[in-house]
Each structure stands twice: as C-alpha cells, then as structure tokens.
Ligand binder design. Structure first.
Ligand code: SAH
Length: 343
C-alpha cells in the first residue's frame, strides 16, 4: 500500500530525499506544497521535475478530505459534510460575523463521551481524526472565507464532533501546523479548544505551556446534576476539574471559559445559579450561556428568558463576566451539539 506522504514531518521528508540521492531541500519544497499550498496532487508541484513528480505519485498518496456536501443557513453559516479517505463523514462549520470568520472543527468521528443532550454522542465514537484531517478542515474553510468574504479565517473553535482531549496528540499536531509559518500562521490566541473537562489532560496541556484558549463545557456546578447529563463527571468530579483548572491558570495565566446551557427543570433553580457563582469564584473565568439546540426527541427544553436573566444578574453582581451566545446555523443542524451526519 502507498504511504500517506502527509504523515511525514519536514525532517522525515528531507531524510527521505537524501536517501533517494536527492538534495535535502526537496523535502522543504514538497512540505511547502503539502501544507502551506495545500496541494491535492503531485502533478501540481511545478518546481519539481516531471520524473520526480511521477516517482512520488508511484510511492505515495496525498490523503485529502473532500467536501461532500455543503449546506448554507439563512444566517450565512455554512456546514460542510466532509468525506475522509476511508469514506467516513465528519462535519465542519463556517460561521461568518462582521469581519470575522470562525471555523468550528471536528476532532473525532462521533464521540464516546455520551452527553445526554448532544446529537454527536448518539453516533458513538468511530475513530480519531489524523492531524492532516483536522488541518484540512481549517484550511478549506479559510479558502472558502477568502472566496466568499475576501478575508482569511480569523478564529477556530474545537467545538465540532468529538472530544479533542481524547485525541490529544493529533489535535496538538494539527494546532502546531495551523499556527506555524509553514501552515496557516494563525495566532494560537485565536484558537479555542472546548472539552468536557478531563483533569489529567488539562494539566498536561498546562505543563506543555500551550497558548490557545480553553473552554470547558460545564452545564452544572452540582455533581449529581452534572453527572446525570455528562457521564464524564462520574469519574472526574467538579472538585478534580477545578483543581486542574486552577493549575491551568497558574501555568498559563489565562482565564477559562465555561460553556453553560440552562435547561428547564434541570439547572434552572436558584441553587443552580448559586453553585455556578461559587464555582466561578475559585478560578478566573467567564461564562458563555449558550442557547440550547434541540436534538429530535424534545427531552430537553431551554429554560425561560427570565431564568437566563437571573443567571446573568447573579453572575454580574459577583463580578463574573457573562455572555449570551446565540445559536448560528440552527436551520441546517449546524449549531452546537447538532452535528450528527444527518445531511
Ligand atoms: N467535546 C467538546 C466539544 C464539542 S461540543 C465539549 O464537550 O466541549 C461543543 C459545545 O456544544 C459543548 O459546550 C457542548 O456541551 C455543547 N452542546 C452539545 N450539545 C448541545 C446542544 N444540543 N445544544 C447546545 N449546546 C450543545
């Protein structure tokens, strides 16, 4: 079987060409084609000789994602169904706003975390995405943005399908490429990784001094309530999570974003608000209250605007920054938690 050339680092490619009796800089040239120029075929690598292009063609493949289907929402949000080299499908979303374009990308096919309110959980986990499959989602949205809006991508959120911290190595490799000069040269400050909250992995990222932002899907600051919705909380409770977040803040100096949906009869009581306020006092944090995006069976319902207002005023009274995040792309099932390959 031919090898995927994009699994080679730049050094690997340099070594490979030297072993073939070629100058090492061929490795740099090919690397630039594969990443910065996002080439899909060896034939397009015009600064290589015809023979070398044919030789590479014989020995390697360039595994590439292909946009299988594109849907545009009435609010301008675009959802891409992406076919991977083995036929599996993931989704990525492009969200335009003013002069910004945000890419929401997937890190796994399906998800193993089993959050009861999330459509992706119902697909179970099928496999991890490779670094190049994550990178390609971003690169293709960046191209789309240039085409449609005349500017590159400005922000990236790892809020698509999957739990990024359970595909740690590949997500970090993809972020390295996205932020490197040889890739898209994006600032890590414009990247947000969203996680269910895995304390061990959060500490590991802190130790590695990563520069991107961290968002944690909290949804409740009461253990029983959170465990009922997010099974991950059963073995990683709120105290353990907080310990890792304090460690993160200590090491990186950065504030944490909590994502939080308020549901009727689940977390809409004064005790829920109080618990969130107390939790937020333990570490520098801000809260994004996100709108609930219904997934089929109507088991969950967004709380009333009055309750949302109570959350906002209690948080603000205690000096905690809070934003209300409106959903985008709901009409095409492109909003948070709605990605489920429904087409
Ligand atoms: N696994 C990661 C990233 C994917 S989910 C995580 O859990 O953070 C991205 C965000 O959408 C998370 O905050 C998640 O809790 C939220 N979400 C999931 N289902 C939702 C739904 N139906 N409505 C609104 N938000 C949802």
């Amino acid at each position: 079987m031919k090898k995927d050339i994009r699994s080679y680092s730049k050094d690997d490619l340099r070594d490979y060409f030297v072993a073939q009796g070629q100058p090492a800089f061929r490795g740099n040239q090919v690397f630039e084609w594969l990443w910065k120029k996002n080439a899909h075929a060896f034939d397009t690598m015009t600064n290589l000789s015809k023979e070398l292009r044919l030789f590479l063609e014989e020995h390697f493949t360039i595994n590439h994602i292909a946009v299988d289907k594109m849907q545009r929402s009435s609010d301008g949000t675009i959802k891409n169904a992406i076919k991977l080299h083995d036929g599996l499908i993931v989704e990525s979303v492009m969200i335009p706003a003013d002069n910004r374009t945000t890419a929401c990308v997937s890190s796994q096919v399906g998800c193993a975390m089993g959050c009861t309110f999330c459509a992706t959980a119902r697909l179970k986990k099928q496999r991890n995405l490779n670094p190049d499959e994550i990178y390609d989602q971003v690169a293709s949205i960046s191209k789309e943005s240039e085409l449609l809006y005349g500017h590159k991508l400005t922000n990236i959120v790892f809020m698509g399908m999957g739990e990024p911290l359970l595909n740690y190595e590949n997500v970090m490799k993809a972020i390295d490429k996205i932020t490197s000069e040889e890739g898209l040269a994006m600032s890590p400050r414009r990247i947000t990784l969203s996680t269910v909250g895995l304390p061990k992995m959060i500490k590991r990222m802190a130790d590695e001094q990563v520069k991107f932002n961290l968002a944690v899907s909290l949804h409740s600051a009461i253990d029983e309530v959170r465990s009922a919705m997010m099974p991950v909380n059963i073995s990683n409770n709120l105290d353990e999570l907080m310990e890792s977040l304090r460690y993160w803040h200590q090491k990186t100096g950065n504030r944490i974003t909590f994502e939080y949906v308020v549901w009727k009869n689940i977390n809409d009581k004064p005790k829920d608000i109080k618990a969130l306020v107390e939790y937020c006092k333990k570490v520098p944090a801000k809260v994004n209250l996100i709108e609930y995006n219904p997934i089929d069976d109507g088991e969950f319902e967004q709380a009333s605007p009055i309750v949302i207002d109570q959350y906002v005023s209690e948080l603000e009274k205690n000096g905690i920054i809070v934003n209300i995040r409106r959903s985008r792309g709901k009409d095409i099932d492109a909003a948070c938690g709605q990605l489920a390959n429904k087409g």
